[in-house]
Design a protein around this ligand. Structure first.
Ligand SMILES: [Zn+2]
Length: 272
């Protein structure tokens, strides 16, 4: 059994734009989901020959991918963060991608280093540096920092594209009513390797509790924000189902008891 991962789709997808880097063209996703002989199924310990489809983050593009999957008869698990939905704020990395798109073909200075943003290589290296710095602070502090950077980089008006905007609680309830399985991506989109056990426990349990309260169904599974860090055995006990990672440098499947690595479909579905 493989667990597949997407971050959503966009109807008008544009290649080489940072704001689309984690999304796939909607028509490609439709064709792919329609072409599969075996439907995606719910996760099960015994589902050896079947695949599971998961979509991460509380965005419009993620919601759209889940709706397509349900229309075509697939089971799909959506991992959401309550903080973004409650506060109706975007993810800091979505705002960062908009900033990098606005700075395309400009030179910016960060950390004393000049970045000539005329191609993907330099843009991606600046993104890595910025993301590493932003990962050490809270979601809201990171959003604020990106807004400050926008002023420093002379790109003050950042608009989040529709596919990266945060869904509302009503939209989440609506897709749940279509049969999309709502699961826990943690209270907010924090890098958990920077947290102590109590903070990780609160991050997992607060997300589970909110989904149960708002959706009326238990959140079985948990997906680690950013996908690379394992949870401790003590934190894994708090997860009802399994913990899912998305770490392309590790093999797929169950890597520790209850912790499974997923296969990212995005790159394959972005190919022309
Ligand atoms: Zn995520």
């Amino acid at each position: 059994m493989g667990i597949h991962l997407l971050h959503g789709c966009a109807p008008t997808w544009v290649q080489h734009r940072q704001s689309f880097r984690n999304y796939v063209p909607e028509n490609r996703l439709w064709t792919y989901l329609k072409s599969l002989e075996q439907k995606y199924v719910p996760w099960s310990k015994h589902g050896i020959n079947h695949h599971v489809l998961t979509v991460d983050d509380s965005t419009q593009g993620a919601a759209r991918a889940c709706v397509l999957a349900r229309e075509l008869g697939h089971h799909v698990i959506l991992f959401v963060n309550p903080l973004q939905i409650i506060r109706q704020v975007p993810y800091f990395f979505s705002l960062l991608d908009e900033l990098l798109d606005q700075c395309a073909n400009h030179t910016v200075t960060y950390g004393g280093i000049k970045y000539e943003l005329y191609g993907l290589t330099v843009t991606r290296s600046l993104r890595r540096v910025l993301k590493a710095d932003l990962l050490t602070i809270s979601d809201e502090a990171a959003l604020q920092r990106v807004r400050e950077l926008a002023r420093e980089f002379d790109a003050p008006d950042l608009n989040i594209s529709h596919h990266a905007q945060t869904m509302s609680i009503d939209e989440l309830r609506e897709i749940s009513s279509l049969g999309v399985e709502i699961a826990n991506h943690g209270w907010s989109h924090l890098e958990i390797s920077h947290l102590n056990h109590e903070q990780v426990a609160a991050h997992i349990l607060d997300g589970q509790k909110w989904i149960q309260q708002e959706i009326g169904l238990p959140a079985e599974h948990y997906a680690v924000p950013f996908g690379t860090s394992f949870v401790s055995d003590a934190a894994q006990v708090l997860v009802r189902g399994i913990t899912m990672l998305a770490n392309s440098s590790l093999p797929q499947g169950e890597l520790r008891p209850g912790q499974w690595n997923r296969f990212e479909l995005t790159e394959e579905l972005q190919k022309p």
